[in-house]
Design a protein around this ligand. Sequence first.
Ligand code: NDP
Length: 266
Amino acid sequence: MGTWRVGEGDLLRTQKEVEILKYGLQNGINVIDTAEMYGEGKAETVVGRAIKNFDRDSFQLISKFYPYHATPKLIKDSLEKSLKRLNTDYLDVYLLHWRGDTPLAETVQGLEAVKKEGLIKSWGVSNFSTSDLEELASVPDGENCQVNQDLYNLTSRGVEYSILPYQKKHNIDFMGYSPFGSDGNEYLNLKDEVGEVAAQKHISIFELLLAWVIRNNNVLSIPKTSSVDHFAMNLHAADIEFTPDELELLDKIYPKPTEETPLDTI
Ligand code: NDP
């Protein structure tokens, strides 16, 4: 479950967000993605309230630090604050949210140090292109990167060209963010034909979008919802399969990339 824009509303909305995260954990979700940036810590606080009574080993917690907190000292400061808000003593994965000015070697050094202390189990990056990943692999311990998290949905397929193959080759997990194009579907502006495919399958467009992202079993998707009905729909997407004809049709509507393109981000 994603948590961008969580914790930014009134008391009632926040309570609902705590409940939906709990509901998710009770119903098979085992990854929560958050960041110090989301509501400047408010999303982490909501997650901390939600996970309180769950067995910490039964799910994975991922958070991210700002690129301007990417030196060894600031990584540790940020991490300690995140852990406090999250009511936990470790993160499963800690991500550099996007690339900034700090040399990657310094950031990796800081991440390896907090890993040694047991404050994180592993680390990764976000919004990295293939060339960024190659550069990362060239610095000391850079090959310990476990995860890269990039934008991935039906209308934004650039990562299929070289990022997904690179990550597969180098055993770096791929997390795809914004499967619905982010809040309120406003970025996707989907073509009508996608709705026709969904209608023929008797599923919603949201189910189609999510099932499509995870169709090859090589992507961890982190949809965000604050609605139980939407959550149930999203969970159902894990059971939806596409026929080769349906996939071909979707490829015609939103073609696969045939060349390297600049990395899409939100
Ligand atoms: P999503 O693509 O997950 O879309 C969220 C929107 O879709 C919300 O408005 C939600 O509304 C709606 N929605 C969810 N499920 C349904 C459904 N079944 N039917 C109808 N509407 C639905 O957007 P995000 O940008 O939040 O991306 C997911 C997560 O990825 C983030 O929360 C964050 O954790 C991560 N992320 C990481 C980034 C990075 O730079 N690393 C950048 C952006 C996101 P409702 O709440 O009402 O269900």
